[in-house]
Write a protein that binds this ligand. Sequence first.
Ligand code: SAM
Length: 215
Amino acid sequence: MKQLIPSEIEAYAEAHSMRESAICRALRDETQRTMEYPQMLVGPLEGAFLKMMTQLVDAKRVLEIGMFTGYSALCFAEALPPDGTVITCEINETSASVARRYIAQAPFGSKISIRMGPALDTMRALAGPFDLIFIDADKPNYLNYYRRALDLLAPNGVILIDNVLWSGEVLKQPPPDESTSAIQELNRTVSLDPRVTTVLVTIRDGVLVVRRSQN
Ligand SMILES: C[S@@+](CC[C@H](N)C(=O)[O-])C[C@H]1O[C@@H](n2cnc3c(N)ncnc32)[C@H](O)[C@@H]1O
């Protein structure tokens, strides 16, 4: 992933945002040491943003599409009230085994429930409403995840979609690959969807914030 924000600006923003928990710090270190694509986890600044959004919408139920080693799931769990829950979807057993170890140790880990298997199948089987839905898995399915997420979203809920700038590749025409094309289509579709209002936030690799139109 290309860093779109200069690293000293990123570090400054991180230093002036809410802190990463000790368990997230330890998980980030292990992920960096042992996993093939450690940059997939959202990291401290976007993690702080996810925690803030969880609190702003007063979320009780969070759904995450794409858990990896559990960093963002732990951010949500930390920000939720004691009776809050996170359902997180993952397909890869190696990543999930790391996540399970950290979730078991975290003081707020009991709020997290892992659903293994293709996320679209899991989403189809779930009942809403969810207050916050975070989409951060395979890009070719992003539009499918968005459509199902809207069915599952609470009236005042929020959908957050990660990597919507895709290292800046979204500017390229024609799109160089399937993932870029899928993200371009998602951004176009969501920005034109009259059912929702959106803002594309240029944090890290881009986060699309989506809520229902309020009229
Ligand atoms: C970018 S990572 C998620 C990072 C995580 N949200 C974090 O910040 O810690 C995307 C994850 O989605 C998983 N994934 C990919 N395709 C999937 C699918 N069809 N169903 C469920 N999970 C999938 C991958 O195995 C990977 O672990």
